[in-house]
Design a protein around this ligand. Structure first.
Ligand code: 4NP
Length: 153
């Protein structure tokens, strides 16, 4: 099976999308995927994920501490097969940046994976429980996605 190249996108690339990246890599197992994440905003470029995302991932046996924040760039629309926005605002920002030819690659993550037009909420101003909620939503979506990719392989 051809390697599927998947990019997760949120606003800061320190809370939600690095967590999604780590979870998908973990649940994909031997499914051939290339996974990365990026932000539409550039405030944290070069930084590791938020310590609360690192902590919730570790609690579930996933190490995301070596990930580094980067911003979405135009080459991403060519370099990836599937580009998942965490929320509708991220999706609107991506649509505004993407060439028309890449429009079919852009999806709201939980709409594509779970069939529910639900945002993964920004937990940046929340406590640890907000990060647990986000972890659960991402784990469900990534597990579904891994199942779909496995069927295709
Ligand atoms: P994320 O959360 O989009 O899930 O990474 C945020 C992190 C930082 C900021 C906003 C959202 N910020 O404004 O710095």
């Amino acid at each position: 099976m051809k390697t599927v190249r998947i990019l997760f996108v949120c606003l800061g690339n320190i809370c939600r999308s690095p967590l999604a990246e780590g979870i998908l890599r973990h649940v994909a197992g031997d499914i051939p995927v290339d996974v990365d994440s990026a932000g539409t905003g550039g405030w944290h470029i070069g930084n590791p994920p938020d310590r609360r995302s690192i902590a919730v991932a570790l609690k579930h046996g996933i190490d995301i501490a070596s990930e580094r924040c980067r911003k979405v760039h135009p080459g991403d629309f060519d370099a990836f097969d599937l580009i998942f926005a965490m929320d509708r605002s991220n999706l609107a920002d991506l649509r505004a940046m993407a060439p028309l030819s890449a429009g079919h690659k852009l999806h709201l993550f939980l709409a594509y994976t779970k069939g529910t037009a639900t945002d993964v909420p920004d937990p940046y101003y929340e406590g640890p429980e907000g990060f647990e909620t986000v972890y659960s939503m991402l784990f469900e979506g990534c597990s579904s996605l891994a199942g779909t990719l496995r069927e295709r392989s």
